[in-house]
Design a binder for this molecule. Structure first.
Ligand code: MLT
Length: 257
């Protein structure tokens, strides 16, 4: 495997932040800038996204998690706080299962631990095909639509263009590969009670893709978790409400060994 691209800022406690679908590390620019005084913030581009090597077939969440572990190896880091938004959360949970000894803390942002229902699996295949046939520039406005809350769209309209550009520049083959990989991820609700490290579960009450109840259910099963539901925010908490997100992340980092 060729190396994953990553951006990083700061020193000290390693904090890996994994982007959602079909995005790249620039999702975390407020965290790279805003948490650098308390952590070494590492934001990779997953395989097939951003500046990382291409992906051709299906890429599972476990494969993405192994890529993150290889990135840590390459950086000489044994352990890290792992955070992920949405698909990044699926990867963070796969990492927690595969490498529990390397996990010092967990951030689950606008994500879920349950597997896809049959309908959702079919939609993954449709998204994969449309990405390959129509290209990402055509799909970007459709995929951006459910990401931001109505309040964010009004208050921060520049984020619509920012997200359309981010999605529009992704490689269709990489997008298709991860769409197919998400379809086969296992249910990880049963894993949660085994994750004893400090955890933060963040979402927005305006998330149209994943109901806050899914975050509540995860936080209730994690033995050492704090739940934060940010008012007026949609599927991209770290971008729509960076100050609230960063404050909660700081509080989590202060409790990590
Ligand atoms: C994401 O933001 O990563 C996606 O909404 C995840 C998904 O489609 O399940």
């Amino acid at each position: 495997m060729k190396k994953l691209y990553h951006a990083e800022a700061g020193h000290g406690m390693p904090l890996v932040l994994i982007h959602g679908f079909p995005l790249d590390h620039t999702l975390w620019h407020h965290q790279l800038g805003g948490l650098r005084d308390v952590a070494r913030v590492i934001a990779p581009d997953l395989r097939g996204f951003g500046k990382s090597p291409e992906a051709r077939r299906a890429v599972t969440m476990e494969q993405h998690a192994r890529d993150v572990a290889h990135l840590l190896d390459r950086l000489g880091l044994d352990r890290a706080v792992i955070g992920g938004l949405s698909m990044g959360g699926y990867v963070a949970l796969a990492f927690a299962e595969l490498f529990p000894e390397r996990l010092t803390g967990l951030i689950l942002c606008n994500t879920r631990a349950v597997a896809d229902a049959d309908d959702a699996k079919k939609t993954r295949e449709t998204v994969a095909r449309r990405a390959l046939e129509e290209g990402m520039t055509a799909l970007a406005p459709i995929l951006v639509q459910p990401l931001l809350s109505d309040q964010t769209r009004k208050a921060q309209p520049q984020l619509i263009k920012f997200m359309e550009a981010m999605i529009g520049r992704q490689d269709p083959a990489g997008v298709a590969a991860s769409s197919r990989g998400m379809a086969v991820r296992p249910d990880r609700m049963g894993l949660l009670h085994r994750i004893k490290v400090p955890a933060l579960v963040v979402t927005g009450n305006g998330d149209r893709l994943m109901a806050p109840a899914e975050s509540e259910a995860m936080a209730a099963r994690l033995p050492n978790a704090k739940l934060m539901v940010i008012p007026g925010v949609g599927h991209l908490s770290c971008l729509e409400a960076p100050e609230a997100f960063n404050q909660a992340a700081r509080e989590l980092l202060a409790t990590v060994d």
